[in-house]
Ligand binder design. Structure first.
Ligand SMILES: C[S@@+](CC[C@H](N)C(=O)[O-])C[C@H]1O[C@@H](n2cnc3c(N)ncnc32)[C@H](O)[C@@H]1O
Length: 450
C-alpha cells in the first residue's frame, strides 16, 4: 500500500500537471488559434482545465501564461538554439508545452525536474505531440542549463516586442521611449481603481497610493472580487490613462451624454457617477450585459442600447458624446500581452476606417455647440492624432478644443502641442517598485459648431 507521503506527492504532481496543462491549452488557444487571452482564460476557468484547480494552482497557470507571453521573443530564441529543424509542424500542443516549460525554467525559478518532467508527460498525453517527447526532454534539459545565460545576454525589450511595433514606436516616440514601453510590457502592471469617493480612505484601506485625479493604485494580492469595497460598489478597475477621457467633459452633471462604444462600462460609470444622464450603446450584446452588471454593482444608473455606432440613428440630440473607439489596443499590451501576437500592422487600416465612420456619425448626433470626446487605447498615430487631423479637414463644423495642463493635473508631458492627450506607458512614474506606468492612450476634445 502506498504511504501517505507518496500518495500526497503523487496528487501534488497531478495538480502540478493540471496547472501546466491548463497553461499549455490557454497558450495554444492564444498563439495558434489567435483567440483573445481574457476570453480563453475565462473559458478555462468556467468549464476548462482551470475550473477544478485550487486557487494556488490557478495562480500558477496564470503566472506561466503571463511569463510565456511577456518573454515570448526571448523564449522562442532560446528554444530555437536547440531545435535544429525549428519547431516541428503538426505537433499539437508541443509548441505551447515547450514555451511554457522554458518560461518556468528561465523566469519562474521552477525546479528543473518538475518543469521538464511535467512537460514531457504533457507531450505524451497529446496524440500529435507524443512522438516528440524525447526531443522535448533533450531540448528542455539544454534550456535548463544554458537558457538563463542565453536569455540574459539578449536585448530583452527588443526581443520581446514584435518588429513592426518596435519600429513604429521608435519612429513616433524615439528609441529610448520605445525601449521604455517595451520594458514596462515585460512587467506585471499595478492595479488601478477609480473610486466613487474618498480616495485617501480607500488607498489606506487597500494599501494603495492616490493617483493624480483621485484614483488608487496598488499591487493586487488575490482575487479582485474578494477585495474590500468590491461588493459594495465603492470602486471599479480602470487604468489611470483610461480614466482621463471622461474627465475632459468637465462639469457634466445634469447633461445628456451618449457613450457610443460603452462596454464594459468604465467610462459610463465615471459619467454616471459625475451626475450625467447617460445612454450607453455597444454593438456586443454580451459586453452590454457585462456593462449592465457593472453599473448595477456600482449602484449607478444609465440607459442602454444595442447598436452599431457607425450607423445608429436617433431623433434625440446629445449635449455630449464620448466615442471610446475600438482600436488596435497597442497601448494596453502590458495589461494584455496577447495583443502583441494577435494584432498585426495589416489590421490597422480597417480599424482606422471604422473609427472614421464612428466619428462621422457621432458628429451628427450632437446638439449644436455640443462636446465630443474621441479616445483610443492605441499607441498608433493613425488611430489618434491622424484620425483627428483627418476629421478636422473633412468636417468644417468640428473644431478642436485644446486640453489645458491643469486638466491633466499638471502633467504637460501627457499633452501634444495641439492640445490633445497622448500618454505612453513610461509617462507616469511613482518611484516605487512595481508601481510605475500607465496605459498608452489618445484623446481629443472637439466641439461641433452651433
Ligand atoms: C475600447 S472598448 C470600450 C471600453 C469602454 N468605453 C470602457 O471604458 O469600459 C470598445 C467597445 O466598442 C464596441 N464596438 C466595436 N465596434 C462597435 C460599433 N460599430 N458600434 C458600437 N460599439 C462597437 C466593442 O464591443 C467594445 O465594447
Amino acid at each position: 500500500m502506498a504511504s501517505e507521503a507518496a500518495t500526497s506527492r503523487a496528487s501534488e504532481a497531478q495538480v502540478g500537471l493540471a496547472a501546466r496543462r491548463a497553461a499549455a491549452d490557454v497558450l495554444t488557444a492564444v498563439l495558434i488559434k489567435k483567440q483573445p487571452l481574457d476570453l480563453t482564460l475565462g473559458k478555462s476557468l468556467s468549464t476548462g482545465h482551470m475550473a477544478n484547480l485550487p486557487p494556488r494552482d490557478r495562480a500558477l497557470t496564470r503566472a506561466i501564461v503571463m511569463a510565456s507571453l511577456r518573454h515570448k521573443g526571448q523564449l522562442d530564441a532560446v528554444l530555437l538554439r536547440f531545435l535544429e529543424k525549428g519547431f516541428p509542424a503538426k505537433s499539437g500542443t508541443l509548441y505551447a508545452i515547450l514555451l511554457s516549460a522554458a518560461a518556468q525554467l528561465i523566469f519562474l525559478e521552477t525546479p528543473p525536474h518538475a518543469a521538464i518532467g511535467l512537460a514531457v508527460t504533457l507531450a505524451q498525453y497529446d496524440h500529435q505531440a507524443k512522438r516528440f517527447d524525447k526531443l522535448a526532454n533533450a531540448v528542455l534539459r539544454k534550456v535548463s542549463s544554458q537558457g538563463p545565460a542565453i536569455a540574459a545576454d539578449m536585448d530583452a525589450p527588443k526581443a520581446n516586442t514584435p518588429e513592426w511595433l518596435w519600429e513604429r514606436w521608435s519612429r513616433y516616440f524615439g528609441e529610448e521611449n520605445a525601449r521604455a514601453i517595451a520594458e514596462l510590457n515585460m512587467l506585471e502592471p499595478p492595479l488601478d481603481l477609480t473610486v466613487k469617493s474618498d480616495p485617501e480612505g480607500w488607498a489606506n484601506r487597500l494599501g494603495g497610493h492616490v493617483l493624480p485625479g483621485g484614483g488608487v493604485r496598488l499591487i493586487p494580492k488575490g482575487r479582485i472580487e474578494a477585495m474590500d469595497g468590491y461588493d459594495d460598489g465603492a470602486w471599479w478597475v480602470q487604468d489611470l490613462a483610461a480614466s482621463l477621457p471622461a474627465k475632459l467633459f468637465k462639469d457634466i452633471a445634469g447633461k445628456r451624454v451618449l457613450d457610443l462604444c460603452a462596454a464594459p462600462g468604465g467610462k459610463t460609470a465615471q459619467l454616471a457617477a459625475a451626475g450625467a444622464s447617460v445612454l450607453a450603446l455597444d454593438i456586443s450584446e454580451a459586453r452590454l450585459k457585462v456593462l449592465k452588471e457593472n453599473i448595477k454593482r456600482l449602484g449607478l444608473a444609465c440607459d442602454t442600447a444595442l447598436g452599431d455606432a457607425s450607423t445608429w440613428y436617433s431623433e434625440e440630440r446629445f449635449d455630449a458624446i464620448l466615442l471610446d473607439a475600438p482600436c488596435s489596443s497597442t497601448g494596453t499590451i502590458r495589461r494584455h500581452p496577447d495583443i502583441a501576437y494577435l494584432k498585426t500592422e495589416a489590421d490597422l487600416p480597417s480599424m482606422v476606417t471604422l473609427q472614421r465612420r464612428l466619428l462621422d456619425n457621432a458628429a451628427k448626433l450632437l446638439k449644436p455647440g455640443g462636446t465630443l470626446v474621441f479616445s483610443t487605447c492605441s499607441l498608433e498615430p493613425e488611430e489618434g492624432e491622424g484620425q483627428i487631423a483627418s476629421l478636422l479637414t473633412r468636417n468644417n463644423r468640428v473644431s478642436l478644443d485644446p486640453i489645458a495642463k491643469d486638466e491633466v493635473f499638471g502633467h504637460a508631458n501627457w499633452l501634444t502641442q495641439t492640445g490633445t492627450l497622448r500618454t505612453i506607458p513610461p509617462a507616469f512614474k511613482m518611484e516605487a517598485p512595481g508601481l510605475d506606468g500607465m496605459d498608452g492612450f489618445f484623446a481629443a476634445r472637439l466641439v461641433v459648431a452651433s
